[in-house]
Design a protein around this ligand. Sequence first.
Ligand code: PMP
Length: 428
Amino acid sequence: MKPYSKLTKEELKKLKGQLEKQFEEVKAKGIHLDMSRGKPSKAQLDLSNGLMDVLNGDSDLVSSDGVDCRNYGVLDGITEARKLLADMSEVPERNILIYGNSSLNVMFDTVSRAMTHGIMGSTPWCKLDKVKFLCPVPGYDRHFAITEYFGIEMINVPLLPTGPDMDMVEKLVAEDPAIKGIWCVPKYSNPTGVSYSDETVRRFAHLKPAAKDFRIFWDNAYSIHHLYDDKRDVILELLNECVKAGNPDMVFKFISTSKVSFPGSGIAALAASRANIEDAKSFMKFQTIGHDKLNQLRHVRFFKDMPGMYEHMRKHAAILRPKFEKVEDVLEKEIGGLGIGTWTKPLGGYFISFDSMDGCAKAIVAKAKEAGLIMTGAGATFPYGKDPKDSNIRIAPSFPTVEELAQAAEIFVLSVKLVSVEKLLGAK
Ligand code: PMP
């Protein structure tokens, strides 16, 4: 079929009639599918059930350096968990601080601490007239929700195939002392799957921000979440680059085992310079006497080391890969060459990012919902929920089964086609 934009008004009308009929047929199937969040499927969760067996009432619950993990204490996390998470974050152990079950929580705490107490002796952000964050777009809605919650002004920065537009980032941070941070998902970015190039990472490390308490919020949520064994993105490690560039304190790295073991019952950590870690601890010591050490012990006993984790991630990939490929196949087969959408083909992470014709995304998500498919709200991938072009849609293929995904993809492409035809007809 030729691109929709080349069709005459008559051809479009005829096509619209056919698509409406198909849509009614699909609707009549009474499908209910939720593809709104990037949740692991049950089969993926089952991979980690061994976590429930490695500790029991007969287990030795003492850590490698003699800490009884059932008791209070050890603010930084037990030694073997610090080692595992430091290796996962590719930093020395002295640069890691273990938190609780969620990296989003660590990010929230970090912004909250900067608001109320300031970073390393700087003025608390709440005392400033204006605080701004740079937000590469499209990006992760929950990042934007944190900064919006604290009244921080968000500035969109285009995310290019190499990472954020660094010309823009360099210029803005150098000019404006109100810019205190930037949200980054450097590997298999949510939702585009983009991984930052070495040049981008180096340019980050060499930033010259006007604000001395400017920090790069480096959320490496998908650091080991490859879909393929033979095709993998590798990114430069930023903390080390920052040290080399003479900017050791400029980065907060966040990581968790949420999509390695159990989301909600994993381990999260902050990786940063010693000065930043001490600053974070000076706050944390009022929050808790120590996080869940039994969970830390359980994770180390289950995974053992990074080779253990990599092996485990291969099992996740074996479940996820056919799902991504199913969605990509349907998209290619059904709308490839029609000029009504483009999409990403990531090598890892949890999402496919779809761009419709301008002004169609909201209508497509609404149309899909009519047929029983819940997707991430259009606009969610932008600060304040406002996609200036109304074109980006995040597709989250992880949770449904491959069979369900085939149905979901069918509903999605039909919705895209119908809304695009309507849009083109409206313009004729
Ligand atoms: N960061 C990103 C980029 C994510 O996509 C997600 C999960 N969707 C999180 C953080 C949440 O991580 P956690 O479960 O550790 O809070």
